[in-house]
Design a protein around this ligand. Sequence first.
Ligand SMILES: [Zn+2]
Length: 201
Amino acid sequence: MNYVLPLAELIEQFRKLPGVGAKSAQRLAFQLLSWSKEDIKKFAEALLKASTDINYCPACFNFSSGQDLCGICSNPKRQKKTICIVAGIKDLSALERTLEFKGLYHVLHGLISPMDGISPENLKIKELVQRLSTQEEQVEEIILALSPSTEGEATTLYLTRLLKPLVGKVTRLAFGLSVGADIEQTDELTLARALEGRRDC
Ligand SMILES: [Zn+2]
């Protein structure tokens, strides 16, 4: 189908989103164009504001606004003796949904994957080591909440070796899940159980 250029461009932008094919992109573009000019402006402004105002928390690398600590790191009710390590912010959100974990997080922003050229230096690992040595309250337990995929296992192994001399206790989630399962796609109950049944590395 040939569209006028601005519409073709809009559809093309939607196609960049994960899981959006040609048909869905067209549907989204048409839907958006049916909105009032004012609503479209609000939508565009929210997008721009998010891209400029959202940063990463300097402590855990979760999303935060401006240069501030994120809502979890700055919450005085969170206990600082336990840090849960996750690959991505989506995994952090999945664990938060369980309402079970009261400690802090550290987001690696990826997993070690030699095939994709991702080595420990490409992840927030040296920042983690630095955090452990500078955080006011001594960290007593590190929980490795990484998926049981090849990359997840490689990262768990690497971090266990690295962190054991630094922290008293290094544990991992007890996954009764099929190998390769994604944390973000695991339901809350299963995740809560995996957290509760965590075992020493
Ligand atoms: Zn944070």
